[in-house]
Design a protein. Structure first.
Length: 80
């Protein structure tokens, strides 16, 4: 059962990472990147690395997504 779960999360992480490359819209790519960060958290938890999962939550899903969205909003505001 554990091996099946590990295989599934590896497949999801690989597909999501590959899918982000093909997204052309910056906002959609940022949202997909946040989703990818969530998948990485699950990946680390399933592979019994909770310290890495906590770091991933703070850095990728929280900080980086927020910074990219704030930058996107500022650029958009300055263009108007």
């Amino acid at each position: 059962m554990e091996a099946i779960l590990q295989f599934m999360i590896l497949t999801f992480v690989a597909c999501a990472g590959t899918g982000i490359i093909f997204i052309r819209n910056s906002l959609d790519q940022t949202i997909a990147s946040g989703f990818y960060g969530g998948l990485l958290v699950l990946f680390f938890v399933i592979f019994q690395a909770p310290d890495d999962a906590l770091s991933e939550v703070v850095i990728n899903a929280g900080f980086i997504t927020a910074v990219i969205l704030l930058t996107y909003a500022r650029i958009r505001r300055e263009r108007k």
